[in-house]
Design a protein around this ligand. Sequence first.
Ligand SMILES: [Mg+2]
Length: 221
Amino acid sequence: MMTRVAALIFDVDGTLAETEEAHRYAFNRAFSESGLNWTWNQAIYRQLLKVSGGKERILAFAPDASPELVAGLHSRKNQIYSKMVASGQVSFRPGIESLISSARAQGLKLAIATTATRANVEALLGARKAFFHTIACAEDVRKKKPDPEVYALVLKRLDLTADKCLVLEDSPNGLTAATALGLKVIVTPSLYTRGQDFSAAAAVLPDLGGVTLAQLIDLKG
Ligand SMILES: [Mg+2]
């Protein structure tokens, strides 16, 4: 029944788009521009994602790198990443655009609950930003996921109870944050979260390609 869900709440990184692949590409570009023959393939990057922060990841890979080199590489990497997002090189995952269209057509509210920065989120959404009733970002909360703060804020701004919303996430941290408030979550694992524990999800799908809004709402249970 469509009336059971009044809003869809989306995570951004890994859920709307495979942003980590863009970050990885940007790191590799920054390395090669600096004359370094470092290449982070997916296996290496998967290990490095266990470390929070870009500079920290460079140091984890190259512990002897000077602070100046690390800072320079990180800054250049961020420039490259921002340019990629702003020029539309980071595309949405399968089914996302269609789901957003269907939800709008059915009169559902759309929201974002992310701990990415507002600049990165807005660059990725582009003109689609106007479709979202609320966008809660890193700047809006004190505690990042898995803390539920960002989801609590979105529910407050939507003026809806958890049972009227459906969440889309790609990571265990996001799943934990949302389920702490009783939200139902559909997980579409991303390249770097596949194989992790999503047993608390209402459903786990490889992606949303070919999945209708009605089917998603049925999965909410
Ligand atoms: Mg995510």
